[in-house]
Design a protein around this ligand. Structure first.
Ligand code: GTP
Ligand code: MG
Length: 1176
């Protein structure tokens, strides 16, 4: 008793209380013993409880407590009773009283017959007696009218009582036989066909031979399992069961030679299993199963497949393993939804390329076939997680397979037992990831074609979307927030031996500063524009400007034009725009060529004139040579001009990807059009090694170290380059640069010491400052500010200084680098590196400490011309009078571009000016720079004119003594410009020197000398020339036309200065500044009189001026300021006297004339001339 109680106690823990919804006052209990948790017998106590549900699974119960005629409270409420998995052979008779029982589960027990009480449970809805030893079902089963689920699987039934059809509510019938010994049922129990509500029928593992015609009555049947029966006859009436969704006939149709046709009429079917039969083909009628998703025909004798199989558009799972298939018919690609394809154990030798475009495929079973190679494009199967290719004849693995990331993540590539070439075999055994790493390495070395492809064009042209479409093979439009920031570099390998580094440029104008760093002639340029934005007026902005930038820079550059967004245009619209673009491209090109040819003709005819051979253009020394040089340049320009694109391609990167695949093929064709290059392996071993260096950049020296060690390891000699490792390395670096793998500027002396082994380092440097939405994105963040010790007010000031004046402090740069996540620690080293790169790339110039302190405080400051203010700043005013003051020399050089200047030309020039203006105060704005150096001023301005753009460089000074400095300034600007032009070898640009003589004369249309004059030295002994077209009779000082060197290098420097000074004075004579004055005296004082005097007076000038009352010390001062420019010295002194002396004009003239007439001065002739000239 005590034992029983303790058992009862232990049962208590499994009692759960609950309140039934219908009867809220009544609490019910459920006894829910977990599987196997309790072993023994069930105490009678169980009857003292009111249970709703009892579950006693797998508890090794031998019997159930018999409670006499009654089983206590149990029957009262019991609705659900389960005692599966015990050793029960009987049920208490009184079980029949559980009249509320609806679910009874006695499966997996030892019953040899259906316990009799069960037949009385008329409310029973679910009866489970699976896996007992039942041979018979009594016909009284017909009384269980409410039965919906009957599970008798795994018993020994030979037949079913016809009365079963009384159970008309039956929905699910489980009547599977035992696996062993095999089920005994041979005839299809016809009573089943009388169950109108049946949805599920499992008669697997029996020996049924037929599906009778009455089967067609089961109109609601959804699932039929007849696996491993022995059907000889399948009634055609089966086709009436149109609700069937799943059928399993595996192993059941071995006695049939063909798949029963009735099956193919079941249009709703989505799963069909026909494995383990002997069918040799799947007939074309299979296409009737329009909604089929799973088809399994494993272990048959399939010899071939019908193409009609591919009409099953919804197919997701196709298992055809263990057959005799040798090939797959064409059309596989149409099974777009396929996720699983099982083809193991067949005789397949070759796989169609189409297979590679089943984008949803996750499982591909190809093991145990005779496949010798996987299609090259297999890497398109981006969803693949398992690829079984064990036991085949593969000799190698497609080189692009490492793109299959999911395969690597799942270690899902199975490659055993293939005759793989070494070292594939060894490496494949280490796992998928290792193999994939290896593939990347081989690809790097074995590529036959390596290219750089530049995607360029206006903002939002669709460059990035097109790149994505090309690389992914599907549409991935960029969102507005994902605009390209400076540039992105991506490796595109459309084929395993074609390696393309794509440079996808940000189109916002601010990023153009970066473009030229990456543009190079050896790239394929893809000029992208948005068709919807195109109009004839927009041609320049969208196409013309970009074409020119590419063609001027890169001789023979390959260019392809492509219009995007065609999904938003009509066909007619597209056609019209294409024609218009081609017309303009050709017209502009013809014009350009025509211009060059015309100029060539002109020069040729000039060269042919005999007089040219003697002197040309009035300027000696720049005759034939100059013309010949110019001719050569023009001819080179004409011959090496790139071909303009001869077509406009049209694509849409939106969903339908119109034209993308054709465009992709076209690009591949272009990229492969150059013969394959076989280069030594060790070049790429070297590349691999440097790419692993974690630093941002490496020095040329360090690269040389790597190179030497690779060469030594490979026993390579450097004899090819005369034994010089440096020269060999230069060749390798140049080549790697041309392929876009690294960046190395071979021609730039300052930059060639740095190797950008990871081009991203360059991009990061640019990203720190160039950002189209800088103002919004760069906001103060307290946490970051505090960590970098930068307060908010200071930050705001610095941000403003940057955006409005281009001033970037070290502190702000540090903040930006961390904010943009371009570095983690923002160490001083990293800051120094970034700053030094920016300076080396001429993106900015560094302010001297004193200037920086005056502007922003004591810190390192650099300045970026891209952010200079648009308008001339306040400081400009008064420093460069609009009208040149009459006594001022002005030397002007013009740089004329026939169109817009090359991108960034002016900004970069502005940076370069700093090389010689570093110690001056500069006034900067977007179109100009004004600087004061000693007594001279320099103004460099950009002017956009109708025929093009001109950069005007003017230098002014008051004295001929400063002419050397004027030349020095102008020549330095010229030198800076010439350095920049190296980047644009095909640029058409003219330099001209404006005739200073004309300027001094106030001529609005001054003569212009060709820029070549600036390449020459002053002809010996010539102080004046007759060279001005406007004034053929005038003599022009030679030092107005040819650069005047410093005293130490210029013969007779003072004679040149004197010629210049005299010229100015004589010009002053001509410029009558006395207009508006009336009296003779005034005309003398304010007109040409004083300049006339200043040229005629000689040593006596001090005596004259002192007698007029000018202080001796002032005269001495002027002597120092104008050491050689004597006339200017005298003129200024006279003018000062005029302005400061008391009395009327007449008084002043009177005293002047009387001083001149004094006996020791005795300038009587001069006095007379003045009287006559000014009517005194
Ligand atoms: N309908 C349609 N939209 C497109 C197509 N190509 C691009 N777009 C959209 O056009 C906008 C600009 O596309 P992007 O690819 O970012 O252009 P981008 O030239 O890279 O722009 P930037 O990087 O700023 O120079 C995005 O909103 C894209 O979704 C196209 O072919 N059809
Ligand atoms: Mg972009």
């Amino acid at each position: 008793m005590s034992g029983s109680r303790s058992v009862a106690d232990s049962l208590n823990q499994y009692i759960e209380l609950s309140v039934e919804v219908e009867d809220e006052n009544q609490q019910y209990a459920s006894l829910l013993v977990p599987e196997g948790a309790y072993k023994g017998w069930v105490p009678k106590d169980i009857y003292s409880k009111t249970f709703l549900r009892v579950r006693l699974p797998f508890l090794r119960l031998l019997s159930f407590p018999v409670g006499g005629t009654s089983i206590g409270c149990l029957p009262m409420q019991l609705t659900d009773f389960s005692a599966e998995g015990n050793y029960l052979t009987k049920l208490p008779t009184c079980f029949a009283e559980c009249s509320k029982l609806t679910r009874l589960n006695l499966g997996f027990n030892q019953f040899t017959e259906v316990p009799y009480p069960i037949y009385r449970l008329s409310n029973l809805e679910e009866l489970n007696l699976e896996h007992n030893y039942l041979e018979h079902i009594d016909r009284t089963i017909g009384q269980l009218r409410n039965l919906k689920v009957l599970n008798m699987s795994g018993n020994m039934l030979r037949e079913l009582p016809p009365d079963l059809k009384q159970c008309r509510r039956m929905q699910r019938l489980h009547l599977s036989g035992k696996f062993y010994p095999r089920g005994k049922m041979q005839q299809f129990p016809e009573c089943i066909c009388g169950l109108p509500d049946l949805v599920f029928l499992d008669l697997s593992w029996q020996q049924i031979r037929n599906i009778p015609a009455s089967f067609g009555n089961l109109r609601k049947l959804q699932e039929l399992n007849l696996k491993w029966n022995q059907l000889q006859e399948v009634s055609h009436e089966l086709k009436k069961c149109t609700k069937l969704l799943r059928i399993d006939l595996s192993g059941a149709l071995r006695l049939l030679s063909a798949i029963p046709a009735a099956l193919f009429y079941l249009e709703d079917l989505h799963t069909l299993n026909l494995s383990d039969n002997f069918f040799t083909d799947i007939p074309s009628e299979v296409c009737g199963l329009v909604k089929l998703r799973h088809l399994v025909v494993q272990r048959n004798s399939l010899l071939r497949l019908s193409q009609d199989l591919y009409k099953l558009r919804y197919l997701q799972h196709l298992e055809l393993g263990e057959n005799f298939l040798e090939a797959l018919p064409q059309g596989l690609r149409s099974l777009k939804r396929l996720e699983y394809l099982g083809l193991c154990h067949n005789r397949i030798t070759e796989l169609p390329d189409e297979l590679c475009f089943l984008g949803h495929l996750t499982f591909l079973g190809l093991g145990h076939n005779k496949i010798t190679q996987l299609p090259e494009n297999i890497y398109h199967l981006q969803s693949l997680t398992t690829l079984d290719i064990n036991h085949n004849q593969l000799r190698e693995v497609p080189l692009l397979m490492d793109r299959l990331d999911l395969l690597a993540n799942n270690d899902g590539l199975h490659l055993h037992n293939n005759p793989l070439r070494s070292p594939f075999q060894e490496i494949s055994e280490q796992g998928t990831t290792q193999l994939f790493e290896y593939l990347k390495g081989i690809r790097l070395k074995e590529a036959h074609h390596r290219w750089k492809m530049i995607m360029i064009g206006a903002a939002k042209a669709g460059k990035t979307s097109l790149r994505q479409a090309l690389m992914l093979g599907k549409s991935k439009l960029t969102a507005d927030s994902e605009r390209t920031w400076v540039m992105e570099r991506h490796l595109w390998e459309p084929e395993s031996r074609l390696r393309v580094q794509i440079m996808d440029f940000g189109g916002h104008h601010i990023y153009q500063a970066a473009h030229h760093m990456f543009l190079s002639p050896d790239a394929l340029h893809v000029l992208v524009f948005d068709l919807t934005k195109y109009s004839t007026e927009a041609y320049e902005d969208l196409i013309g400007h970009w074409l020119e930038a590419i063609m001027d820079r890169a001789a023979g550059a390959k260019i392809v034009m492509v219009g995007t967004h065609c999904d938003l245009c009509t066909k007619e619209d597209v056609q019209e725009k294409r024609e218009d673009i081609l017309r303009l491209v050709r017209r502009n090109e013809e014009r350009k060529r025509h211009d060059i040819k015309r100029e060539i003709r002109k020069i040729r005819s000039e060269l042919d004139r005999p007089e040219t051979r003697e002197v040309s253009g009035g300027i000696p020394e720049i005759g034939v040579g100059r013309l010949q040089e110019k001719l050569n340049r023009l001819e080179k320009m004409l011959n090496s001009r790139s071909e303009v694109p001869d077509d406009v391609h049209v694509v849409s990167c939106a969903d339908n990807l119109y034209g993308v695949s054709d465009f992709c093929s076209l690009l591949i064709g272009r990229l492969k059009s150059v013969p394959a290059s076989g280069l030594p392996d060790h070049w790429f071993t070297f590349l691999e090694q440097i790419q692993q260096v974690p630093d941002r950049v490496i020095s040329f020296e360090r690269a040389l170290g790597f190179f030497k060690s690779v060469m030594a390891e490979n026993h390579q000699s450097m004899m090819g380059m005369g034994g010089s490792p440096e020269r060999s390395l230069e060749m390798v670096l140049k080549y790697l640069h041309s392929t876009g793998e690294i960046v190395w500027y071979s021609d730039n002396l300052e930059l060639r010491t740095t190797v950008f082994h990871k081009p991203e380092a360059l991009i990061d440097m640019l990203r720190a400052v160039f950002r189209h939405d800088f103002d919004q994105v760069v906001q103060y963040c307290h946490e970051l500010g505090e960590s970098l010790d930068l307060r908010m007010e200071k930050f705001e000031r610095m941000k403003r200084d940057f955006l409005q004046r281009g001033l970037l402090t070290r502190e702000l740069l540090r903040f930006l680098l961390v904010l943009f996540q371009l570095t983690e620690d923002a160490s001083d080293n990293f800051l120094d590196l970034t700053l030094s790169l920016m300076l080396k790339f001429s993106l900015c110039f560094q302010l001297q400490r004193s200037h920086a302190t005056a502007l922003v405080g004591p810190t390192d400051v650099v300045q970026f011309p891209w952010f200079f203010p648009e308008e001339r700043p306040e400081e400009f005013h008064g420093k460069w009078p609009e009208v040149r003051p009459s006594k001022v020399f002005e030397l002007t050089m013009e740089i004329n571009f026939s169109g817009p200047a090359p991108p960034n030309f002016f900004e970069k020039l502005s940076v370069k000016l700093h090389n010689f203006l570093y110690d001056t105060t500069r006034v900067n704005w977007q179109n100009g720079v004004l600087s004061q150096r000693n007594a001279s001023s320099l103004l460099v301005q950009r002017e956009r004119r109708s025929q093009g753009t001109t950069v005007i460089t003017s230098a002014r000074a008051e004295s001929a003594d400063n002419l050397t400095e004027l030349w020095w300034l102008v020549m330095n600007v010229r030198r800076a410009a010439m350095q920049l032009f190296k980047d644009w070898p095909l640029l058409k640009v003219e330099l001209e020197l404006v005739c200073m003589h004309c300027v001094l004369k106030g001529n609005d249309m001054p003569t212009r000398y060709p820029g070549e004059v600036l390449e020459h030295v002053i002809p010996k002994g010539e102080y004046t020339l007759k060279c001005c077209d406007r004034y053929p009779n005038d003599l022009v000082p030679t030092c107005f036309v040819f650069p005047l060197e410093e005293k130490a290098y210029q013969d007779n420097h003072e004679l040149h200065v004197k010629a210049a000074a005299d010229c100015l004075m004589s010009c002053l004579d001509d410029v009558d500044s006395s207009v508006g004055t009336t009296s003779s005296a005034e005309r003398l004082l304010y007109g040409r009189g004083l300049s006339m005097l200043s040229r005629r007076l000689t040593d006596e000038w001090t005596a004259v001026l002192m007698r007029l009352g000018v202080d001796h010390s002032r005269l001495h001062q002027l002597e120092l300021s104008y050491p050689t420019d004597f006339p200017m010295r005298v003129l200024i002194a006279l003018e000062e006297w005029r302005d400061e002396a008391d009395g009327t004009a007449e008084d002043k003239v009177e005293s002047l004339l009387s001083v001149l007439s004094e006996s020791d001065i005795a300038q009587n002739q001069l006095v007379e001339d003045l009287r006559e000239h000014f009517d005194l």
